[in-house]
Design a protein around this ligand. Structure first.
Ligand code: ATP
Ligand code: MG
Length: 249
């Protein structure tokens, strides 16, 4: 890995780029993942590379949804594996939830590499490789999933998801949580709970909420989820963004 001095003012951003680039060289990240990362970076820049109160609020209710779920599953793709494999594993352990490797550009080789990476870092059950079901309404291999994993999950966390697949998962009646820096993406707009934040900050933040809410009565958590207004939260986020841009101009 190229050595980036920690004193560099853009150290974290450059280190993260390096992780994505390495992920591609290792066959974990698809080349289009580099483009998706660039779009994410641009939004993160506009957000001041910080976690905002709207993201905190969404994380809190996402933790409530995951803790009250009967069968929660965390979906892992190439970018998420390259940037936040450890965070996914810790989060899955805390809830507890299962992990499923679910790729837009699915190849057996990449599925195996990401599964092996997660297992080498201590993940217990990793669904995905033995896909035996399809998400209805999606063509192509991106619909493939496991019957005991995403297919039967009641709550799914899909960081950096594609808009079509997010919609299809919602149409199956699932509670869909996403992490997406772009508040305008179809994924952000259609998920049940959208955390507008970088996965490298959002996943550890979500984990902290899971731990903090673990002793809260389940009925209180269910109430939090029921009263969640995702559209309102996204509007507040967009209004914050436009005010921030105005104040900088
Ligand atoms: P959609 O299909 O939902 O409309 P899109 O086509 O705009 O989304 P994709 O190319 O599918 O976007 O990329 C996934 C999304 O992930 C983008 O919206 C991008 O902003 C976001 N993203 C990229 N990197 C990160 C990251 N590190 N943390 C959070 N979000 C990210
Ligand atoms: Mg897309």
């Amino acid at each position: 890995m190229t050595t980036i001095p920690p004193s560099h003012p853009r150290y974290l951003s450059l280190k993260t780029r390096e992780q994505i680039a390495q992920g591609m060289k290792q066959g974990i990240v698809h080349e289009t993942g580099l483009i998706a990362h660039g779009r994410g970076e641009a939004f993160d820049y506009l957000l001041g590379e910080a976690t905002h109160p709207q993201a905190e609020a969404a994380s809190k209710v996402a933790a409530a949804a995951l803790l009250t779920a009967a069968h929660p599953v965390i979906s892992v793709n190439g970018n998420v594996a390259a940037l936040a494999a450890d965070s996914c594993i810790h989060l899955a352990h805390s809830i507890p939830a299962h992990l499923e490797v679910n790729l837009f550009h699915r190849t057996l080789e990449r599925m195996e590499k990401i599964t092996a990476l997660l297992q080498s870092k201590g993940a217990q059950t990793v669904y995905g490789l033995a896909a035996d079901e399809r998400i209805p309404g999606l063509d192509h291999d991106r619909a493939l999933c496991e019957k005991n994993g995403i297919f039967s999950a009641d709550v799914v966390l899909v960081p950096l998801e594609d808009g079509d697949r997010c919609q299809a998962l919602c149409a199956m009646g699932k509670t869909v949580i996403t992490i997406d820096l772009n508040p305008l993406s179809r994924t952000a707009q259609t998920a049940t709970i959208t955390i507008v934040d970088n996965v490298i900050r959002a996943l550890p933040g979500l984990q902290q909420w899971v731990v903090a809410l673990n002793d809260t009565p389940r009925s209180d958590l269910a109430q939090m989820l029921q009263s969640w207004d995702n559209t309102h939260n996204l509007k507040t986020m967009l209004s914050f963004l436009s005010k921030r841009l105005n104040s900088l101009g």
